[in-house]
Design a protein around this ligand. Structure first.
Ligand code: E4P
Length: 215
């Protein structure tokens, strides 16, 4: 399974990359706004830190505008993946990007058929948002299970990025379903490494190691 960091904070990205677990980065306008920095500068800097795919989101509402943005974003660095919202205009733009050789990540997917349409449009990645569905009382991971089965049924190469991840159980469930990628905040990436029994086990072994006679 690949892990992407879901952040636009370059210090978090540096830390994640140093952990050796980061295969790419996803951003969205809200995450970039939180940094207080200009959008293009942030994306350029992230691309300098991460060799894998870096998602940068379009904000136009029509296909022509999305495609124009996509061309500009894709010119920043080869690993830029243009994030396009799941609308009819977004699907048109995705198809045009695919034809132009621009990598895409269709975002804001909340039901499996939306994901199927993104794959049909040639999306490189599709991002089902599990946490936001859970928030409104609909099990987000059911969407991922159905979408994975649909894409497998037709052999689409589109990779599923499980997004809007709120806790490590989401990552566990995504891995059991064979989703290709989880995009996670740094806090969750750290949480995947840790277990209190590992920590107490290490402490006990270190203490006991001191009791071993030298020689
Ligand atoms: C990633 O592509 C999404 O933008 C992100 O995971 C959304 O997460 P949120 O629901 O916590 O905002």
């Amino acid at each position: 399974m690949k892990f992407f960091l879901d952040t636009a904070d370059v210090s978090e990205i540096r830390e994640g990359v140093a952990m050796g677990l980061v295969d790419g980065v996803t951003t969205n306008p809200s995450l970039v706004a939180k940094t207080g920095r200009p959008f293009r500068k942030v994306i350029e800097e992230i691309c300098g830190l991460v060799p894998g795919p870096v998602s940068a989101e379009t904000v136009s509402e029509d296909a022509a505008g999305m495609l124009a943005e996509a061309r500009e974003l894709a010119a920043i660095a080869p690993q830029v993946t243009v994030k396009i919202p799941m609308t009819l205009e977004g699907l048109k733009a995705t198809k045009a990007c695919t034809q132009a050789g621009i990598k895409t990540n269709v975002t804001l997917v909340f039901q499996p058929l939306q994901g199927l349409l993104a794959a049909k449009a040639g999306a490189t990645f599709v991002s089902p948002f599990v946490g936001r569905l859970d928030d409104v009382g609909t099990p987000g991971m059911d969407m991922v299970a159905d979408l994975k089965e649909m894409l497998d049924n037709y052999g689409y190469p589109t990779e599923i990025i499980v997004a809007s991840i709120r806790h490590t159980i989401h990552v566990h469930q995504a891995a059991m379903l064979g989703a290709h990628i989880c995009t996670v905040p740094l806090k969750i990436l750290r949480g995947l490494v840790q277990h209190p029994l590992t920590d107490s086990g290490i402490r006990k072994f270190l203490e006991d190691s001191k009791k071993i006679p030298k020689g």
